[in-house]
Ligand binder design. Structure first.
Ligand SMILES: [Fe+2]
Ligand SMILES: [Fe+2]
Length: 137
């Protein structure tokens, strides 16, 4: 499965948020690497730590982005907040499943997360970017 890569098409015209999206994608790639690596001894622990890092960065990024949307008076903030909440709930479920030993996180889960990130940035985050660019004039 190919890694996810940030390119200019992902830009939301804000340097800080673009930088965060790059880091966020990097965090997901690290999670992916931890899953396919056969060099580490305790794979389960490494995956759990990478998933923790992914959850924690996602929380940080969403919080920052939500503040930004408030600052620009983005009218569809409530809808965007719901999407963020749903994603956090979903990755926390993966985390719980892993802790309970029900599920071993697989590359299929990574693919779902990659698709979510891609769609969210390209469609939903782009909406506030478009709004911000209109408001500037
Ligand atoms: Fe974002
Ligand atoms: Fe977002």
């Amino acid at each position: 499965m190919p890694k996810m890569e940030w390119d200019a098409s992902f830009s939301v015209n804000d340097d800080e948020i673009d930088a965060q999206h790059k880091t966020w994608i990097g965090t997901l790639n690290t999670l992916h690497d931890s899953m396919i690596s056969d060099e580490v001894e305790d794979t389960g622990k490494v995956i759990a730590a990478s998933l923790e890092a992914m959850i924690s960065y996602t929380r940080f990024h969403f919080k920052f982005e939500e503040e930004y949307m408030r600052k620009i008076n983005y009218p569809d903030l409530a809808e965007h907040l719901k999407l963020h909440e749903n994603f956090i709930a979903r990755i926390c479920n993966y985390d719980n499943d892993m802790r309970n030993g029900n599920v071993v996180l697989g590359t299929r889960t990574i693919k779902i997360m990659q698709e979510w990130l891609t769609e969210h940035i390209l469609i939903e985050d782009k909406k506030y970017a478009l709004f911000a660019s209109r408001e500037e004039h």
